[in-house]
Design a protein around this ligand. Sequence first.
Ligand SMILES: Nc1nc2c(c(=O)[nH]1)N[C@H]1C(S)=C(S)[C@@H](COP(=O)(O)OP(=O)(O)OC[C@H]3O[C@@H](n4cnc5c(=O)[nH]c(N)nc54)[C@H](O)[C@@H]3O)O[C@H]1N2
Ligand SMILES: Nc1nc2c(c(=O)[nH]1)N[C@H]1C(S)=C(S)[C@@H](COP(=O)(O)OP(=O)(O)OC[C@H]3O[C@@H](n4cnc5c(=O)[nH]c(N)nc54)[C@H](O)[C@@H]3O)O[C@H]1N2
Ligand code: SF4
Ligand SMILES: [Mo]
Length: 770
Amino acid sequence: MPRTALRICPLCEATCGLTLTLDDGRVTGARGDRDDVFSKGFICPKGASFPALDADPDRLRTPLVRVDGELREATWEEAFDAVAAGVRPVVERYGPHSVGVVLGNPNVHTVAGALYPPVLIAGLGTRSLFTASTLDQMPKHVSSGLLFGDADAIPVPDLDRTDHLLLIGANPLESNGSLCTAPDFPGRLRALRARGGTLTVIDPRRTRTARLADRHIAIRPGTDALLLAAMTHVLLTEDLVDLGESAPHVRGVDELAEAVEEFTPEAVAPGCDVDADTIRTLARELSAAPTAAVYGRIGSCTVPHGTLASWLVDVLNTLTGNLDRPGGVLFPLAATARAPRPAGPGRDFALGRWHSRVSRHPEAKGELPLSALAEEIDTATDEGEPVRALIAVAANPVLSAPDGDRLDKALGSLDFMVSVDPYLNETSRHAHVVLPPPPPAQSPHHDFAFNTLAVRNQVRYTRPALPLEPGRMAETEILARLVLAVTDWGLPCSWGSPRSSGAESGGGAESLGKHGTEPAAVDRLVVDQTLGKAVNDPHSPVHGRDPEELAKLLTGDDGPERRLDMMLRLGPYGDGFGAEPDGLTLDKLLAHPHGIDLGPLRPRLPQPLRTRSGRVELLPEPIAADLPRLRAALDERPAGFVLVGRRHLRSNNSWMHNVPVLTGGSNRCTLQIHPDDAELLGVRDGRPVRVKGAGGEVTAPAEVTDGMRRGVVSLPHGWGHDRPGTRLRHATTDPGVNVNQLLDGSLLDPLSGNAVLNGVPVEIAPGSNP
Ligand SMILES: Nc1nc2c(c(=O)[nH]1)N[C@H]1C(S)=C(S)[C@@H](COP(=O)(O)OP(=O)(O)OC[C@H]3O[C@@H](n4cnc5c(=O)[nH]c(N)nc54)[C@H](O)[C@@H]3O)O[C@H]1N2
Ligand SMILES: Nc1nc2c(c(=O)[nH]1)N[C@H]1C(S)=C(S)[C@@H](COP(=O)(O)OP(=O)(O)OC[C@H]3O[C@@H](n4cnc5c(=O)[nH]c(N)nc54)[C@H](O)[C@@H]3O)O[C@H]1N2
Ligand code: SF4
Ligand SMILES: [Mo]
C-alpha cells in the first residue's frame, strides 16, 4: 500500500518541504508539501527527481576496505577497525596536524554533518582543516567577522519586503539561492517586481535571473569590488548617507570616506567596464529606495577581491540605513542558535592565528585554503609534518578544487585516507576505507545551517521517511563511530561549528573512550559539556540547575535527536527546560510535521555584534590593509579572455551527473562564448574549443551565445568524470571536462584564502575532435 511521508529536500539551500510517496520500501514520487510553513508547496525539477536520486543503483551499500591495493566490500566492524589502524599510528608518530580533514558541501545539508565534524576536529586536535567554504563563501565569513565580530553573523536580504534588490554575482533562478535560504526564490523575485520593486543584476552573463531584472549590468569579471567602492564613494560625497536606526551602533564612517577617496566612478569605470553615470545612478537609486538590499554571492566571493567585495556589500547596506531594517538586510534568529546574550563588547574575530605550512596562508575560521591541500600533502618543509592521513566527509575536491590532477596524485600518495561518501567517485576512489551513508529517504533532516540564513524564521524537522535497509548505518552513527575510531584521548575544551548550530558547546577534558565504545557516548559527552556550561551561565534559562537532571528531561529516539531537543530547549524560542512552558521542544516540533513559523526577520542590533567596541566596525584594520591591492587593480585590464563559471538548475556541484533524469538537454559541459569572439577565433557552435589556463588545458564543445559578455567565456564546474576506478556508470557516459584543471591553486583572495574561480585568465583556440 502506498503511503506518504514528509522530508525536507537536502538538494540545495532552499530547504523545500517535500511529500514523498512510498511504496514497497522505496520512494516512488515527490511533490511539494503545500502545508509546509516555509516552502508552501514549491518544488523544482531537482527536488522532483528525489526518488531517482535516492534509488541510484550506483550508491554504495556496504563499506569498502582496501586489501592488497583493491577496494573490497567489508563489514562495518572491519571498516572501523581499518580506520583506527590507519589513522592512529599516523597521529602517534607525526602528531595531530598530520591528519587532514576535508569537509564538503553536503555536510551543510545533513544532520550528521552539522553535529559530528566539530567533535571530530576538536577530538583530533588538528589544524589541517580544509572545507568547501574556501571555494565558496569564506570571504563573506571574514567580512562579517571583521564588521560584526562574528563570522557567522551574515545579514540576509529581506526578499519578501524589500523595494529594491541589487544582486551581484548570483543566479538564483538556477541555484535557488545561497546564503539566503528562500524556497521559491524565483517566485519571490517575481513578487518583488509585481509589487513595484526594482531588481538590478550585476553579472557578466545575461543569466535567467538577469533576464528577469529591470536592469542588467554586464560587468567585467572580478571587478565588483571596484564598482561597489565607487558606489560607496558616491554615497559619501553626494551626502546620501543615512544610517537610520543603526546609527548608534556604527563606527568609522569618516575613516571609510577617506579610504575610498580614490575610487571615483570615473576612476573605476574603465576597469569594470561600467560607465561612471551608471555607477552614480546605481548609488542614487539605492539611497532613494524606501528600503533596499544589496546581496552578493559566488560571483562576488570567488574572485581576487572577494573579501573586499563582500565587505562593501554590507557597507552599502549600512550607509543607506538598510542594515538591520525590514526590507533591508537582517540577521535571522534560528531555533537552534544560542539564545541571545545581552549586547556589549565581544571577543571579536581573529584571523591568521596559524598558517599553512607550505605557502604560509593564514587560517580563517579555523580553516586553511582547500586550494593548498595538495601542497600540504605533497611538499615537505622544515615547518612540521605534511598531511599523511586524510578524512574526507562528503567532499570531492579532485573536481571541486583547483588543479585536480595534482590533488589526485597527492591523494594517491597518502599513508591512509577515509571517505564518508555514498559514491565511489574521483576523490573517494583514493580512500583506503569508504563509509557510505544511507540515501536521504533513510536519514532525518533538520537545517542547522540554513535556518541561520533564512528569509523567515521557522523550524522544521523530518524523521527518516524509510527505515534503514538491512546492513545500512545512519550517517550520524557513522560519524560518531569515526570520532571514536580516530580519537583516543580527551577532547579539548571547546569547539564551534562552521555554518552550523551555535547552541552547543564543549568544556572539560573527559575521555571519549575507545574505539568500539557505543556511539551514543559521543552525544552524551556533548550533552554533558553543553549543559554543564549552560548551568554556569548567568544568562542561560537553566542557570543554577542540575545538569544531570536536565539531561534526564531530554527526549528523542537517539543521541542526535536528544541533542536537537537540547539545542531547541536552550535556544531563543526554547522552553528553557520548563522556564518557558510554551517554548520549543523536540516533542512540540514533532507535533508540527509541516514546521513551525517563527515570524518575519526582526531588527536585532546591537545584540548580534561581537566586536571589541560592541559596534559595527565599518573600516576594520585588515580591510584597510588590503585596500592598496584594490587601488592597484584600478589600472588592470586583462589582455585576453577571462573565464567564469555557471550552474545548471538540474545539477549540484560534482555529484548529480549520475542520475539520467537530471542530465542532458541544456545541462552540459560546454564552453559558452559570444558570437563575435567565436567568429574572430574561428570557433563554431558545437565544435571543440581548447581552453588553456595556468594549471592545464581542456577541450570542450563551444556553445555560441550572445548571453555572454565579449571577452568572457563560461564553463560549469563539477565535470570531468573520466578518471578510472570510479563507480558512476551514467556520469562516465558524458564525462565533460574539469574546469578547475585550468587553475594551478595559486590564485587566492589573500584575506580569506578563498580560491579565485571566476575572472580567471585563459587562452582560447579552436580545437580538433579527439
Ligand atoms: N570552478 C568552480 N569550482 C567550484 C565552484 C564554482 O562555482 N566554480 N563552486 C564551489 C562550491 S560553491 C562548492 S560548495 C564546492 C563543492 O565542493 P564539494 O563539496 O567537494 O563537492 P560536491 O560535489 O558538493 O559533493 C561532495 C561529495 O559529497 C557526496 N555526498 C552527497 N550526499 C552526501 C551525503 O548525504 N553524505 C555524505 N557523507 N556525502 C554525500 C558526493 O557524493 C560528493 O562526493 O565546489 C566548488 N567548486
Ligand atoms: N542547480 C544548482 N543549484 C545550486 C548549486 C548547483 O551546482 N546547481 N550549487 C549550490 C551551491 S554549493 C552554491 S554555493 C550556490 C551558489 O549560488 P549562486 O551564487 O547563485 O550560483 P551561480 O549560479 O554560480 O551564480 C554565480 C553568478 O556569478 C556570475 N559571475 C561570475 N563572475 C562574476 C564576477 O566577477 N562578478 C559578477 N558580478 N558576477 C560574476 C556568474 O556568471 C553566475 O551567473 O548554489 C547552490 N545551488
Ligand atoms: S529548490 Fe532546492 S530544496 Fe527546493 S526542491 Fe529544488 S533542490 Fe530541493
Ligand atoms: Mo557552495
